[in-house]
Design a protein around this ligand. Structure first.
Ligand code: MN3
Length: 337
């Protein structure tokens, strides 16, 4: 053991898991009263020091000691269907509010980049109709939630809304993409000043939007590998095949062929379904069609072998071959896991 390893080992005895993620409040770049009269100081202070802090505390609490403890915030959100409700609410709350503070500013002359301006014109005609759409999404969101401007996997802008602390990175959301602007429509965001008049809050907030930061987020989103990830993750037929593949292949690796023997027809049908599904734009190349054909052929042959009660070694070899074909498809979608 090297000296630094000894130090890490000793410090983890004193401080618990030395590598555990511990989320904390991001710095706010302006004072609580800086957004007056549009958003009042008391709302900002309570929102940031109480509400946001509570999401962070509860998130840290929910993750401590769990197997997901060391993952990034984005990793949690992208796989939120496999997390607890506590992680869903609080990881969402932490991400959404961190973004919210960044897209607000007291500066009066905050300007859109020419690139974002052009994209807004292409999708919504102009900034005013974008505001209208966002406010509509926010006003019609029943109960608590958020209105979003997102960059979709095909690199376009889209307006959508989510309930509670969900957001468009989450794999449970029908509209997926990278958020670049989000408006909090929980009552805690406006009630002290606007009471039940959500509409008045929604008209006022456009006076304090940080278009420079939204533009920076737009440029970053276009280059983000998350877009490709979301595009692949939204390919339902591939995801469904993946589930059956994992549930039959991993036991087979451990020597248990029962799952594949009982589910080979299901695996074959999911391969056929994958073949008839629409390949997402970025991956729609001849190589992927060839790889899917190979997968269908392999899954079909495997199913026949199992029906004919072939020997375990033969079945196992064929299953590994089908698994290889599946990995080829994953690889062509930019996923090398
Ligand atoms: Mn809030």
């Amino acid at each position: 053991m090297k000296l630094y390893q000894v130090i890490i080992a000793i410090s983890s005895i004193f401080f618990g898991q030395a590598n555990a993620q511990n989320f904390s409040l991001p710095k706010m770049e302006y004072a609580f009263n800086a957004l007056e009269p549009f958003i009042d100081a008391q709302t900002m202070e309570i929102h940031y020091t109480k509400h946001h802090q509570a999401y962070i505390n509860n998130l840290n609490k929910a993750l401590t000691g769990s197997k997901f403890e060391n993952q990034s915030l984005e990793d949690h959100l992208l796989s939120i269907s496999r997390r607890s409700d506590a992680v869903r609410n609080n990881a969402g709350g932490h991400y959404n509010h961190s973004l919210f503070w960044e897209i607000l500013t007291p500066k009066k002359d905050s300007k859109l980049s020419p690139e974002l301006d052009a994209a807004i014109q292409a999708s919504f005609a102009n900034v005013d109709s974008l505001k209208k759409l966002m406010n509509q999404a926010a006003a019609t969101r029943f109960g608590s939630g958020w209105a979003w401007l997102i960059v979709t996997p095909d690199k376009k802008l889209q307006v959508c809304s989510t309930s509670n602390q969900d957001n468009p990175l989450m794999d449970i959301n029908p509209d997926r993409g990278i958020p670049i602007l989000g408006i909090d429509v929980w009552e805690h965001a406006y009630y002290l000043k606007y009471q039940n008049k959500r509409g008045d809050y929604l008209s006022a907030i456009w006076n304090v939007i940080n278009w420079e930061n939204v533009s920076i987020k737009y440029a970053a989103a276009l280059k983000s590998p998350l877009l490709t990830y979301i595009e692949k993750d939204s390919w339902k037929a591939l995801k469904e095949f993946h589930v059956t593949m994992s549930e039959t292949f991993h036991p087979a690796e451990q020597g248990d062929l029962e799952p594949i023997k009982t589910r080979s027809a299901e695996l074959m049908m999911k391969a056929v379904k994958l073949k008839s599904s629409v390949v997402p734009k970025s991956f729609d190349k001849p190589e992927i069609k060839v790889a899917i054909d190979e997968l269908v052929k392999g899954a079909n042959a495997l199913n026949k072998m199992i029906n004919k009660k072939a020997k375990d070694a033969v079945i196992k070899a064929k299953l590994f071959e089908v698994h290889e074909s599946f990995h080829k498809i994953q690889h062509l979608c930019g996923d090398d896991h």
